[in-house]
Design a protein around this ligand. Structure first.
Ligand SMILES: CC(C)(COP(=O)(O)OP(=O)(O)OC[C@H]1O[C@@H](n2cnc3c(N)ncnc32)[C@H](O)[C@@H]1OP(=O)(O)O)[C@@H](O)C(=O)NCCC(=O)NCCS
Length: 185
């Protein structure tokens, strides 16, 4: 995980620290948080270990999102290789994800934070393509991705398993650096 700190109008985003994990665990396993996640309930020790691995991983650019010094969510960003033949430039694709404390939900903080991480990935990390996936019925997630200008690239018909709903539709979104420059100029 790299050391950048980002600022938006209302938020500060910084690398996740070991001591943040207890705070994140206060909301991570709430039913309204786990409902649309692929990894639903987490076991605290394994969750802490996963964050430690992320903190040590140079391709993991996840950020803790803070409001007045309090962690209200995390935005994950994993830099990786895209698809390609020999000669493929390395680490030019990134996947973004986000989980926020519902106590601070519905105020645009997630949108603001995800937009800042996407900007950072294009401007500072050299990403050329950013992707994100979600269940089609996760409407607030769909809204965030569309508000920040991501393009729906795939509508998977009943391609995703939901523990309560069974087979449901999934979406994949993507955004290229040149598309982003076109929309953010
Ligand atoms: C997804 C999540 C980050 C959204 O957080 P949030 O605080 O609601 O996000 P924001 O306030 O920035 O924006 C949400 C947008 O969705 C809209 N929205 C929320 N519920 C909606 C619904 N049922 N139908 C349509 N739009 C909805 C809001 O109106 C808002 O759009 P607007 O600003 O145009 O009004 C949060 O609910 C969360 O962490 N959920 C659990 C984890 C998760 O699902 N992560 C994503 C996995 S793909």
């Amino acid at each position: 995980m790299q050391g950048s700190t980002l600022h938006t109008d209302r938020l500060e985003l910084r690398p996740v620290r070991d001591e943040d994990v207890d705070r994140i665990l206060e909301y991570r396993n709430l039913p309204q948080v786990t409902y649309w996640l692929l990894r639903t309930e987490v076991e605290p020790a394994a969750f802490r270990a996963a964050w430690r691995r992320a903190i040590a991983d140079p391709d993991d650019h996840s950020m803790a999102v803070t409001l007045d010094g309090v962690v209200i969510g995390t935005v994950s960003l994993d830099l990786r290789d895209g698809m390609g033949q020999p000669g493929l430039p390395s680490r030019t694709e990134a996947e973004v994800g986000y989980i926020f404390d519902p106590a601070h939900g519905g105020r645009g903080y997630a949108t603001e934070a995800v937009a800042a991480v996407v900007t950072h990935a294009f401007e500072q990390l050299g990403a050329r393509r950013i992707t994100a996936g979600c269940f089609a019925d996760n409407l607030s997630s769909v809204r965030i991705l569309e508000k920040i200008g991501m393009r729906r690239e795939q509508h998977g018909v009943r391609d995703s398993w939901h523990a309560e709903r069974g087979w449901v539709d999934g979406y994949t979104y993507a955004l290229l650096a040149e598309e982003w420059r076109g929309t953010s100029a």
